[in-house]
Write a protein that binds this ligand. Structure first.
Ligand code: NAI
Ligand code: MG
Length: 497
């Protein structure tokens, strides 16, 4: 295993505290919790265990920063430049951030360096531009009952206020960036609760915010557990909006908690996304795409292509192809530059995924490859392809969040594909492989999914809205679409006659 850089070793040795009102502070309770390296199950750091008391302090700081207008009152151009600088600093520290992410989450450092970190920088660069483009509109009125009166009406976009953000562990830095960048662009102030499994890169990001010159109290970062810190943030009466990414189960709790003060809620939840390969597809590309759609990030992606539907004429060939890729994936510690698949994030996640493998096999599914935990230390699961699966099985219905794909044949002539693909409580993403443009468009229109990729998978861009239909969530992240979550529209009408 590659040894850690001096920078990262130093970073994780220093006390890891909460960022509240521009200062790094211990939790009110004085408690800390352990951060585990999932490749070895060893403790790598201790971080402050924030709870309701710390959330309350952070919300007060965010409220004060909002009311002082230190952020929303900054000129749009200055605010934009500062957000841009955050993107630049992420790129400057890219190697360090990738290393930290790999150490904490388990993902291959090469992948973190090529995907997570540059995408995190991208969203700040993209959102920096929006700071100066939050424009309202002018609206001609037709008010019928005062024919002689004349009005001038326009809308203004104002920050929604103090925002609570709760993020998961699968892309710790990137999820922080997706959440923070639009909130900052719109002039909001934030309390970010990071996932207990992976707190490190967000804490480094907090330092980057300070280096970039984000004023005190504008971004507050709390490490701590979901049931305590997360729940307190979701329920807090002085938080105006909550943005959550994580399980559908906790999404429901967040919605309930938000009813107290009717704070606005956006949710990015689970998925069980179909990868669909039609008979005429470029099979080499389709097989590679379907494999990467499930195995990327150890399968711990909300949009993982976890249900594979293949035209029956090419089913065996595709399954063999995906299984061959699975068998050849180099598993190991993320910090090893040769590693293509790291461990799952935690012991809990390992057990969750293994229990699905067991239930699938009990219900009659067969593993063409993989199907079990890898022996030895760390939370490794073999990349797995299951066949003989049907829509009543748990492995087909539920999100596994591991490197496990279920493959099923369909008859193109029977037009049953759309029904199968949409037969899910989720609707986050879908992949289609075909050479027929007409079929691609027709199918894309019929799928209940917030994102459809054709002849590709996992293509993310700061400009593309991302989010789900059905129980995959409420609202969209990224692109112009996300701005509405973080702004209030005010309609102003002036009588001018
Ligand atoms: P989770 O939903 O419990 O955790 C996500 C975040 O929510 C974390 O920051 C956690 O501290 C927080 N949280 C937990 N309970 C909370 C509560 N009562 N109130 C407020 N915040 C709370 O997800 P978990 O347990 O880590 O993973 C369980 C499953 O969820 C996974 O197997 C996967 O299926 C799904 N998941 C989906 C993700 C996505 O990107 N959509 C990300 C992570 C997990
Ligand atoms: Mg949980």
């Amino acid at each position: 295993m590659t040894s850690l850089s001096i920078t990262t070793t130093d970073f994780i040795r220093q006390p890891k505290q909460l960022l509240i009102n521009g200062a790094w502070v211990a939790a009110v309770s004085g408690k800390t919790f352990e951060v585990i390296n999932p490749a070895t199950a060893e403790v790598i750091a201790h971080v402050a265990e924030g709870d309701a008391a710390d959330i309350d302090k952070a919300v007060k700081a965010a409220r004060q920063a909002l009311e002082s207008k230190v952020w929303s009152g900054m000129s749009p151009s200055e605010r934009g430049k500062l957000i841009w600088r955050i993107g630049d600093l992420i790129l400057k520290y890219a190697d360090e951030l990738a290393e930290l992410e790999s150490l904490d989450n388990g993902k291959p450092v090469v992948v973190a360096r090529a995907a997570d970190v540059p995408l995190a920088a991208d969203i700040f660069h993209y959102m920096a531009g929006w700071a100066s483009k939050l424009q309202g509109v002018t609206i001609p009125l037709s008010v019928p009952y005062t024919p002689s009166a004349q009005y001038h009406s326009y809308t203004r976009l104002e920050p929604v206020g103090v925002v609570g953000q709760i993020i998961p562990w699968n892309f710790p830095l990137l999820m922080a960036a997706w959440k923070l960048a639009p909130a900052l662009a719109t002039g909001c102030t934030v309390v970010l609760k990071v996932a207990e499994e992976t707190p490190l890169s967000a804490l480094r990001l907090g330092e980057i915010f300070q280096e970039a010159g984000v004023p005190d109290g504008v971004v507050n970062i709390i490490t701590g557990f979901g049931e305590t810190a997360g729940a307190a943030l979701a329920a807090h009466p002085d938080v105006d909006k909550i943005a959550f990414t994580g399980s559908t189960e906790v999404g429901r709790l967040v919605v309930k908690a938000a009813t107290g003060n009717l704070k606005r809620v956006s949710l990015e939840l689970g998925g069980k996304s179909p990868s669909i390969i039609l008979r005429d597809a470029d099979l080499e590309r389709a097989i590679a795409g379907a494999a990467s759609g499930i195995f990327f990030n150890q399968g711990q992606c909300c949009c993982a292509g976890s249900r594979l539907y293949v035209a029956q004429e090419i089913f065996d060939e595709v399954v063999e192809g995906v299984a061959a890729i699975a068998k050849n994936i180099k598993m190991g510690a993320g910090l090893n530059a040769q590693t293509e698949m790291g461990p799952l994030v935690s012991d809990i996640q390992l057990r969750r995924v293994c229990s699905y493998l067991q239930s699938g096999q009990e219900e009659g599914a067969r593993a063409v490859t993989g199907g079990k935990q890898r022996a030895g230390a760390g939370y490794f699961v073999e990349p797995t392809v299951l066949i003989n699966t049907t829509h009543d099985m748990k492995v087909v219905k539920e999100e596994i969040f591991g490197p496990v794909i279920v493959a099923m044949p369909f008859k193109e002539a029977d037009d049953e594909l759309v029904r199968l693909a949409n037969d899910s409580i989720y609707g986050l993403a879908a992949g289609i492989w075909t050479r027929d443009l007409s079929k691609a468009h027709t199918l894309a229109n019929k799928l209940q999914a917030g994102t459809v990729w054709v002849n590709c998978y996992n293509i993310f861009d700061a400009g593309l809205p991302f989010g789900g239909y059905k129980q995959s969530g409420w609202g969209r992240e990224m692109g112009a679409a996300v701005l509405e979550h973080y702004t209030e529209s005010k309609a102003v009408t002036i009588r001018i006659d």
